[in-house]
Design a protein around this ligand. Structure first.
Ligand code: SF4
Length: 375
């Protein structure tokens, strides 16, 4: 890619730029692997501005790996609620428990041990080891891959395994072995603030003199578009019970397929968190929900319930485009459903819930209460 002199100048320029212009973020400047690990996990698929308050709140409650390992899972998920991708929180805690049990509470320093922890892949392992322990591992995520691809004018789908491997080799070759932690952060910072996906700011870029894509005038065309997975449309109906005290009923986090009516994808859609009774429908949502409730709540009580429709909720989870028909059911006394909990409908924060469940609750508050039938 470069000759030896170009390599030296490139590294000097990029590191100098990073040290002068890096953003002031709460996880910058620390060498504590727990803090670096937490920030890297939270930052996966999530914007920096959204992560900061969660990061600070989480660290206040779980100051170290021991505190996180010993906490009830429900509390960990509650502090994560709203950040999405809840498997990250579950894996974080499982990994903390393994660190306590197998490594005496010390974050491991060997790549194989780090990769053995739940939820940690090559990128996160390289980030933690380089920033906390100065280990010589180059990071490669979507941001860094875009920078590397533009620097070398690499075309094609970057996620294609052989191309990704090549990008990793290039990232390894670029790594400044004297400052691997700063180097990795500089590459990430360049991708996040200057070498942007849609409009790279080449005029302000410290790597501009070394960038092939800029020289060829193709910076904005790289990386080339990936083939997208076709969108799948899903229709659901949800039952939002409400008693006269304004409380509602939530079901516990579903396991894989523990409810008779539940479709395979529902645990994923509710993020394996507390949720309303919810089913997949392929016909009249009210009729399907009523039939479900008849089976779900034995004793025939459900036959008398009025189902008040609320405004539909739209939600997207990766390639799934979801429409939910919420139905509010006002009643005096909740049906007895094993494991269910009752919480205030206008504030479900007592339990860990997904954004989808929060949206459904908000919609249910607008539900039109059906007029009483004339007798
Ligand atoms: Fe990205 Fe432009 Fe810098 Fe090249 S010159 S690395 S395309 S911002």
């Amino acid at each position: 890619m470069f000759n030896a002199r170009e390599f030296a100048t490139f590294r000097k320029q990029l590191l100098g730029w990073f040290r002068q212009f890096q953003r002031d973020l709460p996880w910058r400047g620390t060498k504590d692997p727990y803090c670096i690990w937490l920030s890297e996990i939270m930052l996966q698929q999530t914007r920096v501005a959204a992560v900061i308050p969660y990061y600070e709140k989480f660290l206040q409650r779980f100051r170290d790996v021991h505190a996180l390992a010993a906490a009830p899972e429900e509390e960990v998920l509650r502090l994560w609620a709203g950040l999405g991708y809840y498997s990250r929180a579950r894996n974080l805690q499982k990994a903390a428990q393994q660190i306590v049990a197998r490594h005496g509470g010390q974050f491991p320093t060997h790549m194989e041990d780090v990769l053995g922890l739940p939820g940690i892949g090559n990128y996160t392992a390289a980030a933690i080891l380089s920033i906390a322990f100065n280990e010589k591992h180059a990071v490669l995520d979507g941001n860094v891959a875009r920078v590397v691809a533009r620097l070398g004018a690499i075309r094609g789908d970057l996620r294609e395994p052989r191309r990704w491997q090549k990008l990793q080799q290039t990232a390894d070759a670029l790594l400044d072995v004297n400052s691997p932690g700063d180097w990795n952060q500089a590459m990430m910072e360049l991708g996040a603030t200057v070498c942007l996906p849609k409009s790279p700011q080449c005029l302000f870029c410290p790597a501009a003199p070394f960038c092939e894509a800029r020289k060829l005038g193709i910076a904005e065309d790289l990386p080339e578009k990936r083939k997208k997975r076709a969108t799948v449309h899903i229709i659901l109906a949800a039952a939002i019970f409400a008693d006269k005290n304004g409380r509602t009923l939530l079901l516990p986090p579903p396991q894989e397929k523990n409810e008779e009516s539940i479709a395979d994808f529902i645990p994923t859609i509710v993020s394996r968190l507390w949720h309303f009774p919810i089913i997949s429908v392929n016909g009249d949502p009210a009729a399907k929900l009523r039939a479900f409730l008849k089976r779900f709540v034995p004793g025939g009580r459900s036959a008398k319930w009025e189902l008040a429709p609320a405004v539909n909720v739209r939600h997207a989870v990766t390639y799934r485009d979801i429409t939910i028909f919420p139905f509010r059911i006002n009643l005096k006394k909740f049906p007895r459903i094993p494991g269910a909990k009752h919480v205030a409908l206008h504030d479900l924060s007592a339990l860990p819930i997904s954004n989808l469940t929060r949206k459904v609750a908000q919609a249910a508050e607008t539900a039109a209460i059906p007029l009483k039938k004339k007798r």
